[in-house]
Design a protein around this ligand. Structure first.
Ligand SMILES: [Zn+2]
Length: 229
């Protein structure tokens, strides 16, 4: 099905290329309103997970997810820049057994900080504090901890079927995407730089190091608008 990204944050993060014939590479930002390619399956859910992870990453926090998301969901999280899967960390809920990381739940900042201090008093050694929280809570608590375990509250993402998917060229300097419905251009009309092809049928392998590398590359990139040419 030919799809466009029609509902959600102004900039989302693409994930789920393995369900697509043509699409952006996993981890690449997409702009609200843009066509994204030809996909089958629940790509909207994967974009939602990747986009939510990226939003927390941009605050500077480390982000973990649970394997309960399933293999596709976990890979989408890595496309968004996730640092790991909480089950693989060997974290505990009470700092018992010498674990290096402790996952706490807290309704507010005061509860979080008091819980961390009490655990310190109890075990008398260092550990990292990860807070398990849905997205909106995670944003509030992230500045006070070593990392966040995202448990839900994924941002809403809507896709819609479209009749045609044009070539999309991106100027990473100006933050402009060119939707080539009419003519095909190779260079940015504002700065003259070569455009990067956003929608492609060739893609890197589905592996965590590759997801990580792409996510890192695009963490700070801001796409501001698109222009139909
Ligand atoms: Zn430009």
């Amino acid at each position: 099905m030919k799809l466009a990204y029609v509902k959600g944050p102004l900039v989302a993060v693409f994930a789920g290329s393995w369900l697509c014939e043509k699409s952006p590479v996993d981890g690449v930002p997409i702009l609200l309103g843009e066509p994204i390619g030809e996909c089958a399956g629940d790509v909207a859910r994967l974009i939602s997970i990747a986009t939510t992870v990226r939003a927390v990453k941009r605050l500077g926090a480390r982000v973990y997810v649970s394997e309960a998301l399933g293999a596709d969901g976990v890979d989408a999280a890595f496309a968004g820049g996730a640092d790991g899967v909480v089950e693989e960390l060997g974290a505990s809920k009470d700092a018992a057994g010498g674990t290096q990381a402790v996952v706490v739940e807290a309704g507010d900042v005061a509860e979080l900080l008091n819980k961390a201090r009490r655990l310190g008093e109890e075990v008398r050694r260092g550990f990292e504090v990860l807070v398990a929280a849905p997205f909106d809570k995670a944003v509030e608590l992230a500045p006070f901890v070593d990392g966040v375990v995202l448990t839900g509250g994924w941002v809403e993402v809507g896709l819609e079927e479209v009749g045609h998917v044009p070539e999309v060229g991106r100027c990473t300097a100006c933050g402009v995407d060119y939707l080539m419905y009419g003519e095909t251009i190779r260079r940015c009309v504002y700065c003259g730089r070569r455009l990067v092809k956003v929608i492609t049928s060739t893609r890197p392998p589905r592996s965590r190091p590759v997801f990580r590398a792409v996510a890192k590359k695009y963490l700070k990139l801001a796409i501001h608008r698109f222009k139909v040419v």
